[in-house]
Design a protein around this ligand. Structure first.
Ligand code: ZN
Length: 63
């Protein structure tokens, strides 16, 4: 199966800047850290795909 990368927008939990990330639907469930391109804080990204559809997405401050 061929999945297209999906772009997802969210607001940085630290500085509220709008950030766009690329999500890979071939990985059904992922959790990783993405540095905010504005304030450089690590934002915890977690998401879940089902049949190539994004069903869950969270961006939260590192604990
Ligand atoms: Zn930020």
């Amino acid at each position: 199966m061929d999945f297209e990368m999906k772009t997802q927008k969210f607001r940085c939990p630290y500085c509220r800047a709008e950030i766009t990330v690329l999500l890979d639907p071939s990985v059904p469930k992922q959790r990783y850290y993405e540095d905010c391109e504005v304030c450089c804080n690590a934002v915890e990204i977690s998401y879940e795909f089902s049949d190539g559809k994004l069903i869950d997405f969270h961006a939260s401050a590192e604990e």
